[in-house]
Design a protein around this ligand. Structure first.
Ligand SMILES: CCCCCCCCCCCCCCCC(=O)SCCNC(=O)CCNC(=O)[C@H](O)C(C)(C)COP(=O)(O)OP(=O)(O)OC[C@H]1O[C@@H](n2cnc3c(N)ncnc32)[C@H](O)[C@@H]1OP(=O)(O)O
Length: 172
C-alpha cells in the first residue's frame, strides 16, 4: 500500500458562528466546536485511508480562546500518524479578524479514527509520510499519545505502554 503525506489528507472547513451555536456568554458552544472538528477530521481520515472511518477517541482538546458570536472560524485537519488500522488526526481552529483578515489560533484537538469495512471491522491503511518539521514532530509523539489513550480506556496494560514509560523516564 502506497504511503501518503499529511498534505494529501489536509481538510479545511470555514464557517460562521450563528446565534443558535453559542453559550449564554455569546461564545461558540464547546460541543459545537467539537462537532466541527470531528467532521473535518473524519474527512481527513477518509482522504488518507479511502475507507469508511469511525471516531475511536478524542485524545485531547484545548479551548484556549473563546470564539465570539459572528466569528469566522476555520478548522483545519491533517492525519498526523497512521498505525495499522487507526489514524491520529490533528485539528487546528483559527478565528479570522474581520478587518485585517489575520488569523489567530483559537483551539486545537487530537482525535483518533479507525478505518473499517462495510461490517465495521478495522482494516489496514497506508502509512503516513511526514514532510515538514511540524509534521515530523507530531508524527514522533503520536505513539505515546496512542498508548496514553489506550491506557485510559483500559485497552492497554501499563506494562505494555513502553513508549510512554520511556517518555516519563527521559524527564527524570
Ligand atoms: C476521498 C474522500 C473524500 C471525502 C468525502 C466525504 C467523507 C465523509 C466522511 C464522513 C465520515 C463520517 C465519520 C463519522 C465519524 C463518527 O462519528 S463515527 C461514530 C462514533 N464512533 C463509533 O461509533 C465507533 C464505535 N467503536 C467501534 O466501532 C470500535 O470500538 C472501533 C473504533 C472500530 C475499534 O474496534 P476494536 O474492536 O477495539 O478494534 P481493535 O482492533 O482493538 O482496534 C483497532 C484500532 O483502533 C485503536 N484503538 C481502539 N481504541 C482506541 C482508543 N481509545 N484510542 C486510541 N486508539 C484506539 C487500536 O489501537 C487499533 O489500532 P491499530 O494498532 O490497528 O492501528
Amino acid at each position: 500500500m502506497k504511503g501518503k503525506t499529511p498534505e494529501e489528507s489536509k481538510t479545511i472547513m470555514t464557517d460562521l458562528v450563528l446565534p443558535g451555536e453559542t453559550n449564554p456568554l455569546n461564545n461558540l458552544f464547546g460541543g459545537e466546536l467539537l462537532a466541527r472538528m470531528d467532521r473535518c477530521a473524519a474527512i481527513a481520515a477518509r482522504r488518507h485511508s479511502a475507507r469508511f472511518v469511525v471516531t475511536a477517541s478524542v485524545n485531547h482538546v484545548a479551548f484556549n480562546k473563546a470564539v465570539p458570536l459572528d466569528s469566522v472560524v476555520t478548522v483545519e485537519a491533517k492525519v498526523s500518524r497512521a498505525f495499522k488500522t487507526s489514524m491520529e488526526v490533528f485539528i487546528d481552529a483559527w478565528i479570522e479578524d474581520r478587518q485585517s483578515g489575520d488569523r489567530t489560533k483559537a483551539n486545537e484537538g487530537i482525535y483518533t479514527f479507525v478505518a473499517v469495512d462495510e461490517t465495521g471491522r478495522p482494516v489496514k491503511i497506508p502509512e503516513l509520510l511526514p514532510e515538514t518539521e511540524l509534521e515530523k514532530a507530531r508524527y514522533d509523539a503520536a505513539l505515546r499519545r496512542k498508548q496514553l489513550s489506550l491506557l485510559l480506556s483500559g485497552k492497554m496494560k501499563p506494562s505494555e505502554a513502553t513508549e510512554l514509560k520511556a517518555f516519563f523516564m527521559e524527564g527524570e
